[in-house]
Design a protein around this ligand. Structure first.
Ligand SMILES: *Cc1c(COP(=O)(O)O)cnc(C)c1O
Length: 402
């Protein structure tokens, strides 16, 4: 038996993806108005534009954040002002109230890690100050709290579909309060091909869909040729707007950078991603994530050197990851990495200038937090391996601690 093994860090397509019908929690795209675009950050840019955010305006953003939330604000020509969060990631409303005022056109609020927050007081503060609310549901595609569905508190809400579904690209802009026009254009043939093949390849790399893989083996070998052809065409095509360089075939969010490429504003998510979203078994997705979360919590109980970020998993929550706080994060990180445990260290790199003087809680969260995968495509054996590997790493880290 070996200690390291590759388990999928994000959901990958399987036959099970499409199993089961129905939904057991409200979803972001249940909203009456919705636009499927290529990433969450593009949806943020479009939400800010819809709120009329422009040069000279200010946008309030949690000091605990993904760096991908910032460039969309700059794209509008507006300034980012960070507000503090509490140790449990909820907004520090006193700090928010101090920073609201004339010139603040919008506030972003994030439901971190898939745990829906109560946004009533924050919403009231925004209303009292004439600021629009962008509800950031990038971690929270599904869920409700006190009967309030995620995405229904903001003027607009955004989601990162690719964080929850086995797709290569995808985000959405939704609203329960405003109409949204149809997304005007697609991403082009090269993009459509890349979106489909990207999702299939990620699945094949994890040994899922072996029969389809065998059936597609030859066509996939032609893939490189197809790429080069599509790229050459994109480059060769004269650019109507002249100055800007030929766009990449796919949004940068798909290769895990934090960039914002305005080329993808007003462009539809791929046919493949939208088809997966339409057909995916949603009850299985939500139940799978909740089950993996609870199993991990149980398996790590009593292990030294950690606390859960959240004391319990509320019934209305569908977790993005399992967030744990480590006592010795640097040492734990080395051991988890050596064991091949996939993890996200959300907030480990905050926007330049966001330090302990801006928000000590955000810096502490960024340093101590490890997000472990709980997605629906983990097999029971993979989850058991994950739990055992993390438990071992925690025990060894604590033993070695000074
Ligand atoms: C990932 C993320 C985004 C942006 O979503 P993308 O689909 O990656 O563009 C926005 N907000 C938060 C909190 C995120 O984690």
């Amino acid at each position: 038996m070996t200690d390291t093994r590759a388990i999928p860090s994000v959901p990958v397509l399987s036959l099970g993806t499409f199993a089961g019908r129905g939904a057991n929690l409200p979803a972001l795209d249940d909203a009456p108005a919705m636009q499927a675009v290529t990433s969450g950050r593009i949806a943020i840019g479009m939400a800010l534009r819809a709120l009329g955010v422009g040069p000279g305006d200010r946008v309030l953003v949690p000091a605990y954040h993904s760096p991908s939330m910032i460039p969309p604000v700059h794209w509008r020509g507006a300034e980012v002002v960070f507000y503090r969060v509490h140790p449990d990631t909820t907004a520090d409303l006193d700090d928010l109230a101090r920073k609201l005022g004339p010139g603040v056109k919008a506030v972003m609020a994030t439901h971190f890690f898939g745990f829906p927050q109560d946004l009533r007081a924050l919403r009231a503060l925004c209303d009292a100050n004439g600021a629009g609310l962008v509800e950031d549901c990038a971690h929270c595609y599904f869920g409700e709290r006190d009967g309030v569905a995620v995405g229904s508190s903001g003027d607009y809400a955004i989601g990162s579909s690719m964080k929850f579904f086995p797709i290569f690209e995808g985000g959405c802009l939704v609203s329960h309060r405003h109409a949204l026009p149809a997304v005007p254009q697609g991403g082009g043939r090269g993009f459509e091909a890349k979106a489909a093949l990207g999702a299939l390849e990620a699945s094949f790399a994890q040994g899922r869909l072996p029969i389809l893989r065998a059936a597609l083996a030859l066509p996939l070998r032609l893939k490189t040729a197809l790429w080069n052809w599509a790229k050459a065409r994109t480059k060769a095509r004269p650019n109507a707007r002249g100055a800007s360089p030929a766009p990449a075939l796919a949004p940068s969010s798909s290769d895990s950078s934090f960039d914002f490429d305005p080329h993808w504003v007003d462009r539809r998510s791929s046919w493949f991603s939208r088809a997966v979203l339409r057909r995916a078994g949603r009850a299985r997705l939500v139940e799978g994530r909740r089950r993996h979360y609870l199993e991990l919590e149980r398996a790590l109980a009593g292990a030294p050197g950690w606390q859960p970020l959240f004391a319990a998993l509320p019934t209305g929550a569908c977790p993005w990851v399992f967030p744990l706080l480590a006592d010795h994060p640097e040492a734990l990180f080395e051991r988890l990495r050596a064991a091949g445990v996939p993890m996200v260290r959300f907030g480990a790199s905050l926007w330049p200038g966001v330090d302990a003087s801006v928000c000590a809680n955000s810096v502490a969260l960024g340093r101590r937090l490890f997000g472990l995968p709980v997605h629906q495509e983990l097999r029971a054996g993979e989850r058991a391996w994950l739990a055992a590997a993390v438990r071992r790493a925690l025990e060894e880290t604590t033993e070695a601690a000074p």
